[in-house]
Design a binder for this molecule. Sequence first.
Ligand code: FMN
Length: 231
Amino acid sequence: MKSKCETASWKRVLTSVAIFTTLAAASIAAPESAAAQKPGEGKISLGQRTLILPAPVWIICSYDSSGRPNAMTASWAGICSSDPASVTVSLRESRYSFDGIMARKAFTVNIPSTRFAAEAAFFGTASGRDVDKFRATGLTAVPSGLVDAPYIGEFPLVVECRLSGTYNVGSHVMLIGEIVDVKADKSVLDGRGVPDMAKVDPFVFATGSGNFHSIGGSLGSVSELRDKIGK
Ligand SMILES: Cc1cc2nc3c(=O)[nH]c(=O)nc-3n(C[C@H](O)[C@H](O)[C@H](O)COP(=O)(O)O)c2cc1C
């Protein structure tokens, strides 16, 4: 009779052989299929879905009807105009935040650093209808002096917005926010006085998997990279 130890080492040998055989088969097959495939071929249709990578992770802050600060995570969002500087964020009307933003015509966009990933997950899964999210996370709601909404004191970069328009798309209503001011911690600014990606340390949302991802290093400036094409 074999000892437990012997059986385990045989299992390891058999697993290694199986992995080696699979890898060997793949390395033989790969050059042929790569040569046969033209760019664009081999794509699989995934259907009419919002599978865009990556999506931003913004925390939208507003006051509710009793003046209590609330925060929700939004990824259906982006910059939509340079002049006037504006952002867009799409909300389902059922979100508790929705009525507060519509009533006070204001919201703030708060950019979390990776150390606030758990708070961002919480803001995106708990509703202000049921829980005081600022009390639960211990984060600080700072009243904006410019718009009727709070911002998160601990986050490195915040954008105060006046609601300038709405557009009903379908499941979501697109809110357009004219940027009234951007506030940043001095510690996250670069030599030119603009927010530095590495210092702000934001993260993104992978729509398909539902995971948050950190952002890698710089690939170079657009003008440097453009020169590589040379034309
Ligand atoms: C990563 C992530 C992104 C989200 N993006 C949006 C979004 O863009 N629009 C939206 O209406 N809800 C979005 N949600 C869901 C809301 O954040 C969630 O329903 C939240 O509980 C709403 O809070 P409230 O009811 O306090 O307003 C997202 C959730 C997560 C986790």
